[in-house]
Design a protein around this ligand. Structure first.
Ligand code: ASP
Length: 435
């Protein structure tokens, strides 16, 4: 069986609903359908979830929210009318309006985007509607209560063999609705796939998978056909985002593959995310390239720092005190550096430097700004000779100075630090060399 989650753009209007129906009907194994709230039809449009958050803000400050509510209503009523459905969505909207006047929680209000979109989709597909508040259970701390979720969802599966479930929200132990973090429908899909032991978790969106590099830098980069969870973690951390990061663990633990598919081009193969690639026919050295600009490095100069016990710890404690996460720690003999995101130290850049000087008893601390980090990621780099050599050679041949180098211990990623001004050029030359 397949669990399919459709993102907001896949249910943005009646035409998108038609595409979803064709996809679902094309494969009888697509039995559990999770949906986001209706998203943007075009760039200038508004996501229903954003409108609902805005309505709540208006409510809090006693500002009229009528026109926003009207935008939500007309979108839903428009889809219903165009698809010729009989569901009385106006009744639901009227009830919501009454509840709004009485005062409702932000989470409840925002969850109505998924709830109402799922009601329409269930009606259109002819699938039973199962409210997420009945099957997705949270602990009080906001973590998903897997045991209870499993019990209730499997009980529903005994009643119905197919269903539409709204994504993004669930129920607290006291019966209150709680929403997940933004993009949380991905998590609902992943949890459902795990519980019903799906063969695959299909995540339908508006792109044909994950690209090997940022399309704003590389013209028409290639699609990644298969990526491992570990590779995806590296790529996402450095900026390639297609999936909510908490959606990975529930399926990864039980070895269910995720496939990213395009609702607007369902024939495209998409990107498969797996734990281990069993038959890696292509054996590409690189799976993808990602990167981020604007890092700052602090370099501490102290004679023999490499052999002094505890000096690194003292430096790291300074960052801990300021609650700043450390990205990289390149070390030398008489110096070592700590690389952090520039935005994190914006307000305390020099304060940190003087703290470091005292904490590490060093001769001087040098700050270098405008550094970009680029990651080349590839499972096939592990235990293969030459990837690093080719990378450094390529950058050198194109006159790009490497500020730092680091390789993950599992050898699936190599990071290089370059100047911000060389960031795009570096990605382009690496792409041309490896992809
Ligand atoms: N509708 C929610 C959001 O916009 C959740 C989702 O789409 O997954 O974040």
């Amino acid at each position: 069986m397949k669990v399919c989650k459709f993102g907001g753009s896949s249910v943005a209007n009646a035409n998108q609903f038609r595409k979803v129906k064709a996809i679902v009907e094309n494969d009888p194994e697509r039995k559990i359908v999770i949906t986001s709230a209706a998203g943007k039809e075009q760039k200038s449009d508004n996501k229903m979830t954003d409108l609902l958050y805005l309505i709540h803000a208006h409510l809090e400050y006693s500002v009229s929210y009528e026109s926003l509510f009207e935008m939500v209503s007309s979108k839903l009523i428009g889809i219903r009318n165009e698809l010729g459905l009989s569901i009385q969505i106006e009744e639901k909207l009227d009830a919501l309006k009454k509840e709004l006047k009485k005062g409702i929680s932000k989470d409840y209000l925002v969850s109505r985007g998924e709830y109402l979109t799922a009601l329409l989709l269930a009606d259109y597909l002819g699938y039973p509607f199962v409210d997420a508040s009945e099957v997705i259970c949270f602990h009080y701390n906001g973590n998903i209560d897997m045991a209870n979720t499993e019990k209730t969802l499997l009980a529903k599966m005994n009643e119905h063999s197919r269903m539409v479930i709204p994504g993004f929200y669930g129920c607290m132990p006291d019966g209150q609705i709680r929403v997940m973090t933004r993009g949380g429908s991905d998590i609902t899909g992943s949890v459902a796939a795990r519980i019903v032991n799906a063969d695959v978790y299909e995540n339908w969106t508006d792109v044909s998978g994950i690209l090997m590099a940022d399309p704003r830098i590389i013209d028409h980069p290639k699609w990644i056909d298969v990526v491992t969870y570990a590779e995806l973690r590296e790529l996402s951390y450095m900026g390639a985002n297609v999936l909510h990061e908490d959606a990975i663990l529930p399926v990864k633990e039980v070895n269910i593959p995720i496939i990213i598919k395009n609702t607007n081009a369902p024939e495209d193969p998409g990107t498969m995310i797996v734990d281990v690639v069993e038959h890696d026919e292509k054996k590409n050295l690189i799976t993808g390239i990602s990167g981020k600009t604007d890092f700052t490095s602090y370099t501490m100069y102290r004679q023999n720092s490499s052999s002094q016990v505890g000096v690194l710890k003292s430096a790291l404690e300074v960052f801990e005190k300021y609650q700043i996460s450390v990205e990289h720690v390149p070390t030398g003999i008489d110096n070592f550096s700590i690389v952090v995101s520039s935005s994190a130290i914006e307000r305390c850049k020099y304060e940190i430097a003087s703290n470091l000087k005292i904490a590490c008893q060093c001769d001087s601390v040098k700050i270098a700004e405008n550094i970009s980090l680029i990651a080349i990621v590839g499972r096939n780099m592990a235990s293969q000779c030459g990837a690093g050599g080719r990378l450094f050679n390529t950058l050198g041949q194109h006159g790009i100075n490497i500020r730092m180098i680091s390789q993950g211990s599992d050898e699936i990623s190599i990071f290089v630090g370059v100047e911000n001004k060389d960031f795009k050029k570096a990605i382009r030359v690496i792409y041309d060399e490896f992809c």
